[in-house]
Design a binder for this molecule. Structure first.
Ligand code: ADP
Length: 357
């Protein structure tokens, strides 16, 4: 591999110190640097360029630029730099990969030879984050607008005279309250998620009595379960302890068990289990509901991802519960996963590092 410094110093070798420093600088840069000669062959490049564009095809030197990167805009920009002496900025998207770059191309002249230098700034990650941000904002706006529209419509109906309609006015107020509660839940979940993601929440893992916590969550959800005749079964042996922040573990269990009740069939069952696997504690929440189709499984822990948006809203979901569980599990150095057979139910598992012996 011949690096740019070797080329620059061809005519009058620079003092060794300068060369070493300059070489180090180029080698340390995260940006890829490629210098092309007048014949549009690569004259020199740094290691980042080799890592980004050369790995499969070997060193870039002496290859045509078109062999290294296939992109017409980029070639045109190099041509303008070489022939017209222009400095240009172009965007580059590598086909078949998720890679995107902002490239600055400028003419250079060394040893009376014309060349063009390209500095490639990798913006793939920024681009992805920007997409996630936009999607999140658009989801939030949508989720808040739906209950708000309903609240406004019912307020107007009441103002237009329904307030005196004794048969319906309380019902309309009930709808307004339910929608306001939904907005409240949503905002609470968004704030919760944002605190966890920004690292503002710290956890204190201590040995926690798992079957007792599960019993407490079962008790809190017992009304909801009995309304649909769902049996709550705690199969965790007494005195099973896991290493967790009790408040956060209860929050995770509440989210999973609440879902297991909500998405269950009438008269179904929710079972909590515990197992030790490869030195980790695995807490299972199994239901006998409709299950989750395989195509949804990889995305089920994403914010706002729901298999049936309308149904989730109808039963008061925010679409953020599983994302919160995922983040809380990771705060514990753990993980949450799901397996499901369509029509037969799902099993959500929280895996936690075991209590050190
Ligand atoms: P929410 O329950 O508020 O909609 P969650 O993040 O808790 O949001 O869950 C996301 C989606 O995952 C749900 O809308 C549902 O489609 C699916 N889901 C979660 N738990 C279950 C379950 N036990 N059985 C079937 N589907 C489930």
């Amino acid at each position: 591999m011949s690096f740019i410094t070797d080329w620059f110093s061809k005519k009058e070798p620079a003092p060794n110190e300068t060369r070493t420093t300059f070489n180090k600088l180029l080698e340390t840069m995260r940006e890829s640097v490629i210098v092309v000669g007048e014949d549009t062959r690569v004259f020199a490049s740094n290691r980042a360029a080799y890592d980004a564009f050369g790995r499969r095809n070997g060193p870039l030197e002496n290859k045509r630029l078109s062999e290294v990167i296939r992109d017409l805009n980029l070639h045109e920009a190099f041509r303008k730099a070489l022939q017209e002496g222009k400095t240009l900025d172009v965007g580059l998207e590598l086909v078949g990969t998720n890679k995107k770059y902002d490239v600055r191309i400028a003419p250079v002249e060394v040893d009376d030879k014309k060349g063009a230098i390209g500095v490639f700034y990798d913006v793939s990650q920024l681009d992805r984050l920007e997409k996630v941000r936009q999607e999140f904002l658009s989801n939030i706006s949508h989720e808040l607008r739906t209950p708000l529209t309903s609240i406004l419509a019912f307020v107007e109906t009441l103002e237009d005279g329904a307030i005196d309609d004794e048969e319906n006015n309380l019902r309309f107020l009930g709808v307004i309250r339910r929608n306001a509660e939904r907005m409240h839940r949503l905002i609470d979940d968004i704030l919760e998620l944002s605190s966890i993601e920004s690292g503002r929440i710290t956890i204190e893992p201590k040995p926690a009595n798992l079957p007792k916590l599960v019993d407490e969550v079962f008790m809190n959800l017992s009304n909801k379960a009995s309304e649909r005749r769902i049996e709550l079964v705690n199969e965790i042996p007494p005195e099973t302890f896991v290493l967790a922040d009790a408040v956060r573990l209860e929050q995770m269990l509440t989210n999973l068990i609440d879902n297991a009740v909500k998405f269950n069939r009438e008269g179904g069952r929710v079972t909590a289990t515990h197992a030790r696997r490869d030195g980790r504690d695995v807490i299972g929440v199994a239901d006998t509901g409709e299950g989750i189709a395989a195509e949804h499984l990889p995305r089920i822990f994403e914010r706002f991802y729901r298999t049936d948006r309308a149904r989730s809203r109808e039963i008061g979901g925010t679409g953020l519960g599983l994302a919160i569980v995922k983040h809380l599990a990771r705060l514990h150095d753990g993980e949450v996963s799901v397996s499901s057979t369509s029509g037969q139910g799902s099993v959500f598992s929280i895996e936690l590092p075991a209590i050190p012996a």
